[in-house]
Design a protein around this ligand. Structure first.
Ligand SMILES: Nc1ncnc2c1ncn2[C@@H]1O[C@H](COP(=O)(O)OP(=O)(O)OP(=O)(O)O)[C@@H](O)[C@H]1O
Length: 308
């Protein structure tokens, strides 16, 4: 599959009246890669995903998915896609297994042992009626139906929403296995950390526009964290302000606050010269990471496409 493109959009644009959903999106997802699609609420992620599946029609621009035109080849395309919508609404009052058998039949039959295996991994009880399930359990039903037919392309809109941390890890393992099996994964999220764990590249959208496409390795190097160190005794800000990647140093008696871009190691080694009582490091924040791209003026959409 190397070199093939699973998803290609060109100038893809959707306006809801005067309101911009997404504008001039040019994106390529290579076959066999996991691409994270990141952005704050309202950035245009769901709009893009719905355009790829022809649940929405573009105002202008084009999308080609698995070599097919979503509009002309919708039914054929949907059989090769596993789709998890952002907001799940299941029909009927049936049990989870009945609903999944219905989806399986619509796809021309699936290996049922794969369904029970997925349900087991996600600790989903298939004998329970879906309507009475919690949000998290409904999300698991949605995930099983997306993965059950081993689709060429998984399109997942906020797949971890409602899942507890253990199940999130199980889901990420499923994504890795899908990639190892040659499947392509396009998943949206507004949480950088979870996407970073599993994606090859991330595309960042903001206010309806593609802001950056990055390989995850380069993102890791630039990840920005806020760090707070509590020492036994007061420390001197100047000692820390000179360290590579450390900025916004603020010392208040024995408490140091700063942001660290990239490796934490220089700060940790410097801190260890004093008696450390506590150390807090906050997860990289999407907005800060984005700003870090912006100020480096690398990682623009065009540069990243050349790198794709
Ligand atoms: N049916 C609609 N009618 C009008 N505006 C819409 C509609 N759907 C989305 N929008 C607007 O389009 C923009 C992009 O929304 P979209 O749902 O695609 O973002 P998102 O990144 O998926 O956000 P979230 O994470 O909150 O789902 C937002 O400004 C939103 O208000």
């Amino acid at each position: 599959m190397t070199g093939e493109i699973a998803v290609r959009t060109e100038a893809l644009t959707k306006f809801y009246g005067a309101r911009r959903g997404i504008e001039d999106l040019g994106l390529e997802v290579a076959a066999g890669e996991v691409m994270g699609f990141l952005g704050p609420n309202g950035a245009g992620k769901t709009t893009t995903i719905r355009l790829l599946l022809d649940f929405l029609r573009p105002t202008r621009g084009t999308a080609v998915v698995l070599g097919l035109d979503p509009r002309r080849d919708k039914a054929r395309l949907h059989r090769r896609i596993g789709y998890l919508p952002g907001e799940l609404a299941f029909p009927g009052t049936g049990r989870a297994d009945e609903l999944l058998r219905f989806f399986a039949a619509a796809r021309g039959g699936v290996d049922w042992s794969h369904v029970t295996d997925l349900a087991g991994r996600l600790e989903l009880d298939l004998a329970r009626p879906v309507r009475a399930m919690s949000k998290g359990n409904k999300q698991k039903v949605g995930l099983v139906q997306a993965f059950m037919h081993r689709p060429d392309l998984l399109v997942l809109d906020e797949p971890t929403s409602g899942l507890d941390p253990l199940m999130q890890q199980e889901f990420l393992a499923m994504v890795r296995e899908a990639r190892d099996a040659g499947q392509t994964v396009f998943m949206s999220s507004h949480v950088l950390a979870e996407v970073q764990e599993v994606a090859d590249r991330v595309a960042i959208v903001r206010d309806g526009r593609l802001a950056a496409v990055q390989r995850v390795e380069s993102l890791g190097r630039r990840a920005v964290r806020t760090v707070e160190v509590h020492f036994a005794d007061p420390v001197d800000a100047a000692e820390f302000a000179v360290l590579p990647g450390v900025r916004d140093v603020d010392v208040s008696g024995p408490v140091l606050r700063c942001t660290v871009e990239g490796r934490l190691d220089p700060l940790v080694k410097a801190a260890a010269r004093h008696e450390v009582i506590d150390l807090l490091s906050a997860e990289p924040d999407l907005e800060e990471t984005f700003l870090s791209f912006y100020y480096h003026s690398e990682g623009t959409a065009d540069a990243a496409r050349a790198d794709a």
